[in-house]
Each structure stands twice: as structure tokens, then as C-alpha cells.
Design a protein around this ligand. Sequence first.
Ligand code: HEM
Length: 460
Amino acid sequence: LIYGPGRRKPEHKNLPPGSFGWPVMGETLEFLYGKPEKFVFDRMKKYSRDIFKTRILGEDTAVICGPAGHKFLFSNEQKLFTAFRPHPMQRLFRSYKAAGGSPRPSAVRDDELKTIRTPGFLKPEALVRYLGKMDSITQELLHSHWDNRDVVLAYPFTKSLTLTLACRFFLGIDNPERIARLVGNFDDVTVGMHSITVNLPGTIFYRANVAAGNIRKELRAVIAERKAAISSGRAPMGDILSHMIVVTDPTGKYMPEAEIADKIMGMLTAGYSTVATAMTFFMKYVGERPDIYKKVLDEQMEVAATKKEGELLDWEDMQKMKYSWNVMYEVMRLTPPLQGTFREALTDFTYAGYTIPKGWKVYWTVSTANKNPEYFPDPERFDPSRHDKANTFPPFTFVPFGGGPRMCPGNEYARLSILTFIHNVVKRFEWEVVDPKEKVEGDMMPSPQKGLPIRLRRHH
Ligand code: HEM
């Protein structure tokens, strides 16, 4: 076990209420293996609805709660807080950890942030270029995997689809065998990102570490091929991989290959299972509600009616899919693809009358608000109309992509790929969820235990 003793100092008297749980483990097990909303709700009720302390994943942590907490956090990035990756992530993604002699960790993390955001690969202007191809890949995969089938598994399919899209647009790869190898390994890494870091054969973390090694190897092969193609002038230059290969730092140095591989791995991990989860739970919730299915279908058929035979989706079409996106918001409210993330306090700070010491970790999670009946009456009910303009809730209440300067840079990409999937799937099929009681595992990153079997019926 890597968890050492905490860094609590005796002079910190005004800490938020809460419990550090068990020696060494703290409350890690309750945090990882209980229901996320139960973990925070129980403690908000017992201690404070604004902020409570705990000890999770080896760190003294303040959990900042509710819309006011989200607002405070998102408005003080790099003033009071910087990003923090929990230990399992630091070990799986080596560049998340400051190597000896490199700048302070927060500088490293900001650098990571810039690589992804600055060149604008994920901005709408750039994404417009991907849309037609996104549509045709989605159609091809639905055709080859779902047409003429009776019962299919939604989750494995959406994972292959989202990784195929990500590999195509971020790496310029479209080799199906390579993508299939990556899917299995990414699954293991995703599960291991929030696990106990015991690196012994048979543990979740061990499997994740092996998988991370396999991905790095595969990506280094991709990088080597791309470098060769760039030097012979045959390479596509519009994707993130080519950019990382040719860009230099202020001293004129190229990014080391290992770092490129790690950054790409981080981005694919952030962007692939989240989107697949969102698509899968769309199939579940909408499969159980024919009334909502009908409305989504009507909206998508209106879009389809404006297109010529074979014409691919464009930017304007996406803006018309408002009801479908509200349905997706409701899917993400009930089953958030990502619970939340950690920060580190850059300085002592005071919130809701309590003082949090410098160096403590701060955790925010959608779960402190997304099922609170104060904001979402009858919170378990699936009701997309909550997201209508007329029914809006207070700002920072529903933040599936976070907010402020660290808001998910992939949110627009996610919206386009999910809407493209919805368009094509409802246009082709009606479906029924085979086992509505199927268990959902891994609440930090939820997944249906059997992969969500659904029974398809093609429209005539
Ligand atoms: C439905 C899909 C998605 C959801 C719900 C989602 C949600 C989130 C959330 C909640 C965060 C944390 C923000 C914070 O720390 O405050 C985040 C960060 C991030 N997301 Fe997404 N995301 C999705 C898809 C994507 C996609 C498709 C990509 C890549 C193309 C992506 C890349 C990232 C990256 C790189 C970060 C880290 C940003 C940083 O630390 O500054 N995400 N996402």
C-alpha cells in the first residue's frame, strides 16, 4: 500500500467537519465501491451541505458541495486551486507526475492543458470538418454490426464506435485490428484509474498497469510510423498527433515520444469511455420509454427530411437536435459518465466558514447536486423537460462537463458524436432493453454488467 500517514498539521483547527475514516485507507473503500451520490449525500446530511473533510485515495480531501461549491471552485482555478490527479492516475499516466528536476507539478499540468486546448482541435471550427466523416463512420459501423441482427450488446458497440472515431480524428488511424487491441486495454486502464494501487498480479491496478504498457507500446509504433510519414512528406497534418510531433517548446526541443504517447493516452481515456457510457445509457433510458423515443424520432426525422439521399449531417442539422440533446442531458443527470475531479489547494483558503490547508486535495462531484430534490423534483424520474429553457435550475447545479477554465475541452466533440449516433440509431431502429434490471457496476465510471443487451427492430 502506498498510503502513508496524512499531512495534517496540528495548527489547523478550523477544518471542515467530517471523518478521516480508517487508518491508512481512510474512506477510500466507501468512496470507490458505494453509490457515489450516497457517499456525498450521507456526509452532507451528517456534517455540512457546503463542505466536508474525508481521506480518500491516500489524500486528505475536502469535498466541496452543491452549486455554490462548484461556482467557488470553477472561479478560482490557478488562484486557489490547480488540477490534481489521484495516485493511480499518476502512476498509469506517467507524465501526470512531475519528474525529478522538472518544474512544479502544477506547471506540468497546465502544460498538459495547453497542448489539448490551444491548437483548437476540439473547437467547433475544427469539428465542423469532422462531421461528415463522423456520420459516415457511424453509419458504416451500425450497418456492419447491427443491421440484420436481433439481440446486440450496446456497450461494447458504443466503445468500439467511440474509439474508432477518436483514433480516426486524433491519431489519423483507421486500422480495425489496431483499434480492437486498444479497446480491451483502454477498458482496463479506465477501471484502474480509480482503484487501490496494489500492484500485484490479480489486482485491478496490476491489470491497468499492464494495459497502460500495451497502449504505450502501440502508440509508440503509431508515432514512429507517423514520424516516418512526416519526414517523407506523406503525412496528414491536421490531427493532434501530427501537431504534437512537430511542435517545439520555447527552447526549441521536440516533445519526447514517451510524453506524446502518454498525452494521447490521457486524452483517449478521457474522451472515449465517457462518450460510450452516455450513448449506452441513452439506449437504456430511451429503450424503456416509448413516449420519449417517439419524440426523439420525430425530431430526427424532421432533420432527415431536409436532406437528400446519402447527404451527410452538417453543422446546421446539429443545431436542430435540441430535444435529443435535452434527453441526453437527462441521461447524464441520472448516470453521469464522469463523477467529478480533484484539485490541490495552492494556498490555505476559507470556504463556508472553514479553513482548508494548502496542499489538501479538493474534490467536486456532480453527485452533490444532480439528484437533489431541491433542484430536481422527483429526482429518479427520467424527464427531459427539466432541461427546457422554461424549467431552468440555478446556475452550476447541473455541470456534467464541469465549468470555468478547466471545463471539459471535449464537450462539443462529445455532443456532435453523441447526436450523430442518436440520429442514425433512431432512424434505423426501434429497440427494447432485454433486462431492465441489469446491474450497473463501477459507479465512478458506470457500466452495465452484461453490456446492455437490446433487442432491435428495423424500421420498414
Ligand atoms: C459525455 C462525454 C464527456 C463528459 C461527461 C465529460 C466530462 C468531463 C468532466 C466532468 C471533466 C472534469 C472537468 C474538471 O476537472 O473540472 C472533464 C475533463 C476533461 N475531458 Fe471530458 N467529458 C466527456 C468527453 C470528453 C471527450 C470526448 C474528450 C476528448 C476529446 C474529453 C477530454 C477531456 C480532458 C482532456 C479533460 C481534462 C481537462 C483538464 O484537466 O483541464 N472529454 N470531462
